[in-house]
Write a protein that binds this ligand. Structure first.
Ligand code: FAD
Ligand code: NAG
Ligand code: NAG
Ligand code: NAG
Length: 341
């Protein structure tokens, strides 16, 4: 039987991780990633890539926890291998601090990360404005390296990549059997999905190699995330703002807030501002749908809307999307068999 041809639209974190997962678990199909932007020009390249879950209000917590655990375990395996530095995966320890004591002192993900505990009084002395803190060790994925590594894995498994802008998914109908929508904020136009909206994030990437610990204010607005080559300072959360140009006064605000938590950043060098649009929805859209046009059908698996937390759950959602593709392939093979009879 002819190989099923799968097109994945999107070459950010979600598209590439889904394509790699398909190419590894369904060797009987061919996978092509199609996108107008590749690394280093995607939203995923702007992100810090920290594994600290964001909450999707309309996705059950046990589901979010399972996705997070699968992602954490998968990346732990890479981190514990000779691939770690090329893939840009590393462990990082640090503190999440709160000005007011949170309702739940122990988040749902506390037993997935390593060594989760409340901060000691002595540790809190560094942050006189804050009343409570959590210390833990988690993982960080540095982009572009992680995206480049995924792209390389995909090609090693026989997958393809194409640069192309898609106006309508039916454009792909004559060349592919199944489409996977991983177009991030592009889904607003492509999928005419009005529920997805941008939450603009501006960050600074700075050279400050002495910073080894992460610091995150529990309000999510101020954070210092050390990576392999630079430190990401954040941030902003601006709903429905599509402006991709960095704003200088916002950059100054971010720098001042981060220096207030970590005064040594005053001497950071090579400060670059970057902006990304988080593809936000109340839940990740992860489901099958069959598009119909006259007598033609086009099976689509949607995997988009990861908002502020794509890195934390990407492997879990890639596995789920792959399971849905397997179901589509089974239906396809059945109808091909029938056609032969
Ligand atoms: C400042 C900032 C910091 C962040 N920090 C973190 C963090 O620390 N931890 C975390 O978990 N998450 C973080 N995030 C969130 C994370 O970046 C996103 O959840 C994730 O990158 C979403 O990935 P994606 O692949 O869906 O989208 P994208 O990376 O935007 O990729 C979308 C892809 O689809 C393609 N595309 C779209 N429309 C079309 C079209 N019509 N035709 C062809 N191709 C198309 C694009 O070209 C691109 O290749 C952060 C985000 C921002 C902005
Ligand atoms: C990224 O964008 C820049 C500027 O638009 C462009 O020159 C470069 O070719 C792009 N890179 C990729 C890999 O698409
Ligand atoms: C880390 O790698 C070692 C050596 O390959 C292996 O024995 C161990 O089980 C791994 N641990 C984890 C948590 O992956
Ligand atoms: C939005 C979604 O779930 N999937 C979309 C993928 O693209 C098609 C065609 O634009 C939309 O109709 C789907 O809704």
């Amino acid at each position: 039987m002819a190989k099923a041809k799968v097109a994945v639209v999107g070459a950010g974190l979600i598209g590439l991780s889904t394509a790699v997962c398909i190419s590894e678990s369904i060797p009987s199909c061919s996978v092509t990633v199609i996108a107008d932007k590749f690394t280093p020009n995607t939203t995923s390249d702007v992100a810090a890539g920290m594994l600290i879950p964001h909450i999707f209000p309309d996705t059950p917590v046990h589901q979010q926890k399972q996705w997070f655990r699968e992602t954490f375990d998968y990346l732990s395996g890479i981190c514990n291998s000779s691939q770690a530095s090329e893939a840009g995966i590393h462990l990082v320890s640090g503190w999440q601090i709160f000005k007011t004591i949170p309702e739940k002192k122990t988040p749902f993900w506390s037993d997935v990360v390593l060594g989760f505990r409340s901060m000691t009084e002595k540790e809190m002395k560094k942050f006189p404005q804050h009343k409570f803190g959590q210390a833990f060790t988690t993982l960080k994925c540095d982009c572009p390296p992680y995206l480049l590594w995924l792209e390389k894995r995909l090609k090693e498994n026989g997958g393809y990549v194409h640069v192309r802008k898609i106006e309508d998914l039916w454009e792909l109908h004559s060349d592919y059997d199944i489409i996977v929508n991983c177009s991030g904020i592009g889904s607003r136009k492509l999928m005419r999905d009005r529920e997805i909206h941008p939450i603009r994030g501006q960050v600074l990437k700075v050279h400050a190699p002495w910073i080894k610990h992460f610091i995150r204010d529990g309000d999510g607005l101020t954070y210092i995330y050390p990576g392999i080559h630079d430190v990401t300072l954040g941030g902003t959360r601006q709903k429905d703002n599509w402006n991709l140009s960095p704003d200088p006064s916002t950059s100054k605000g971010i720098f001042d807030r981060c220096c207030a938590l970590e005064p040594s950043l005053h001497t950071a060098q090579d400060v670059k501002a970057r902006v990304g649009l988080r593809p936000s929805r109340s839940s990740v859209r992860l489901q099958k749908e069959i598009l119909v046009r006259g007598s033609e059908k086009l099976p689509v698996v949607n995997n988009y809307g990861h908002g502020s937390g794509g890195f934390s759950v990407h492997q879990g959602t890639a596995k789920e999307a792959t399971r849905l593709i397997k179901e589509c392939i089974a239906v396809l093979e059945m109808s091909r068999c029938k056609a032969k009879l």
